[in-house]
Design a protein around this ligand. Structure first.
Ligand SMILES: CC(=O)SCCNC(=O)CCNC(=O)[C@H](O)C(C)(C)COP(=O)(O)OP(=O)(O)OC[C@H]1O[C@@H](n2cnc3c(N)ncnc32)[C@H](O)[C@@H]1OP(=O)(O)O
Ligand SMILES: O=CC(=O)O
Ligand SMILES: [Mg+2]
Length: 535
């Protein structure tokens, strides 16, 4: 064993210890690289997270987010990002999904340009699947991936022209409790990044692609600078030229929308795009304004991209990106196909409307959650782009300036008892799935993942906090919520059937939901308490 690898095994520890079965992914050489990353960068993450808290304390005291006075020079400066590789020039349609074996093959074969393999919102980071996800992606990159479905006998293999692969790593708030550096769990983001980069960068580059990443849930440009340091270190370590790693940053927190120029600037050698992660963004609006009674959101169903604060976010993202030569990706409509043809036609109409709004705002591409939506979404962007690969040329100067007031506009709409009860059933079912190891599930015809479920549970917390009246005159209190939760558990048992209900972790999910919803402080992420319940 190389001396460096021996060192890695001394300083990193594993709980439980690495098994023979895991040593194909956790090789000595891979661990040596993870150790270098963790030693150099892990200690800066708590500082970044503390800065988030300090900022939130100001919002809690009544401040509202705004553009930063100290970085006006960056916003006013004349600079552009380094550039966009050929295989990322056309991103009109991207499919997303957790890195499960069948899903990876289906996504790479779908009628899309890019597959975002997701270790974040749609993934429950159980240790085994974290490692299996890495194996699946490496097999996909090596073009050796295949899968036999034992239930149907169907064989899955890659087609001739797989889509471009981008890996979304975990957010900075999530630790990987199975890997410790001097006794402290390392950031999940560093493990996901380190393994994917180490295992695949060479083959990706030989295949004419590259190590491409989606970075989720950033709240400040200092976090982008941290990622830039990680990327520079990784490139230097493997003698790769600056800018080999390419990143797309999700703008999915309210503070980050005020720092888009700064984020692009901090990562300018590496960044190629920003993306409107609308679900986390809505969740972040709730979190940021948790103490602001005038900014309590209505029923989740009415908070659509047509609402002024969300439309302003999409338009400002397009404008900022195009000004700097970066692509502006749209986000996810949560609808998924239905087996009922009439319902499915309705779903496709919704997809068409949502994607048309994005294309008209100037986005260069968008996301779908399911291959059955790909043709519809792609047709919208095909029509908008014409002969072009993207619409980087669209500047929409008529949008200037988009103000802080527009971005933080209160959102009109009803708060209903049915909306609240619906949120309870969705959140309980999603939490149950997540703590059982499944990060993305269809519930009542919608794709639910960590970001969408956060909205469901945080909305109720906010309604309780501000004792909001519902459209039927009742007031939302903790006791009222508890009574509704008990009743909705009975409904869920009926809907799911006794066998599924009793065989699942629904009681555990309900008690986590109760704890999250009635606590004095709004918990940062449901996945933090959820992770304590995971293997
Ligand atoms: C807020 C955000 O962050 S959005 C991004 C994160 N969220 C996601 O990535 C959602 C990804 N989507 C999914 O996980 C799934 O579509 C779900 C869970 C919503 C529904 O999945 P299923 O219940 O399996 O759907 P369904 O039964 O209709 O699937 C039909 C086929 O499509 C495949 N499929 C469904 N979604 C996807 C996908 N996203 N990528 C690739 N294939 C998919 C299924 O594997 C299945 O394949 P098969 O016919 O070969 O067996
Ligand atoms: O990650 C995407 C989102 O909408 O959240
Ligand atoms: Mg998200």
């Amino acid at each position: 064993m190389e001396p460096q690898a021996q060192q890695a095994l001394k300083e990193l520890s594993f709980v439980p210890p690495i098994t023979e079965m895991e040593s194909d992914v956790l090789t000595d050489e891979a661990l040596s690289f993870i150790l270098k990353l963790a030693t150099r960068f892990a200690h800066r993450v708590p500082e970044l997270l503390e800065a988030r808290e300090a900022r939130q304390a100001q919002f809690d005291a009544g401040a509202t987010p705004d553009f930063l006075p100290d970085t006006a020079e960056i916003r006013n400066g004349d600079w552009r990002i380094r550039g966009i590789p050929e295989d990322l020039q056309d991103r009109r349609l991207e499919i997303t999904g957790p890195p499960e074996r069948k899903m990876v093959i289906n996504a790479l074969n779908a009628n899309v340009k890019v597959f975002m393999a997701d270790f974040e919102d749609s993934f429950s980071p159980v240790w085994g699947p974290v490692l299996q996800g890495q194996r699946n992606l490496t097999d996909a990159i090596n073009r050796t991936i295949s899968y036999n479905n034992p239930a149907t006998g169907k064989h899955y293999a890659l087609g001739d022209d797989p889509s471009v692969l981008i890996c979304r790593v975990r957010g900075l708030h999530l630790k990987e409790k199975h890997v410790l550096l001097n006794g402290t769990p390392i950031p999940g983001a560093l493990l996901d990044f380190g393994l994917y980069f180490f295992r695949n960068h060479k083959t990706l580059l030989e295949n004419g692609s590259g190590p491409y990443f989606y970075l989720p849930k950033l709240q400040a440009h200092q976090e982008a600078a941290w990622w830039n340091d990680v990327f520079c270190f990784a490139e230097d370590e493997f003698n790769l030229s600056r800018g080999t790693i390419k990143a797309t940053v999700l703008i999915e927190t309210l503070p980050a929308v005020f720092e888009m120029d700064e984020i692009l600037h901090a990562l300018k050698d590496h960044i190629v795009a920003l993306n409107c992660g609308r679900w986390d963004y809505i969740f972040s609006y709730i979190k940021t304004f948790r103490n602001h009674p005038d900014r309590v959101l209505p029923d989740r169903q009415v908070v659509t991209m047509e609402k002024p604060f969300l439309n302003a976010y999409s338009r400002l993202l397009v404008k900022t990106c195009h000004h700097r030569g970066a692509m502006a990706m749209g986000g996810m409509a949560a609808f998924i196909p239905s087996k009922d043809p009439e319902k499915n036609a309705w779903v496709l109409d919704k997809i068409n409307a949502d994607k048309s709004l994005e294309a008209n705002n100037g986005h260069d591409g968008t996301w779908v959650a399911h291959p059955g939506l790909a043709d519809t979404a792609k047709a919208v962007f095909d029509a908008a782009l014409g002969e072009r690969k993207n619409q980087l040329d669209v500047m929409r100067e008529q949008d200037a300036p988009i103000t802080a007031k527009e971005l933080t506009e209160p959102c009109e709409g009803d708060r209903t008892e049915e909306g609240m009860r619906h949120n309870i059933r969705v959140a309980v079912q999603y939490i149950e799935a997540w703590i059982s190891g499944n990060g993305c599930v269809p519930i009542y015809g919608l794709m639910e993942d960590a970001a969408t479920a956060e909205i469901s549970r945080a909305s109720i917390w906010q309604w309780i906090k501000h004792e909001k009246p519902l459209s039927n005159g009742k007031t939302v209190t903790a006791d009222f919520f508890r009574a509704c939760l008990a009743e909705e558990m009975v409904v869920l048992k009926q809907e799911l059937g006794e066998t599924v209900f009793n065989g699942g972790k629904y009681q555990q999910a309900a008690s986590l939901m109760e704890q999250l919803t009635t606590s004095d402080e709004l918990a940062d992420f449901l996945t933090l308490s959820g992770y304590e319940l995971l293997d």
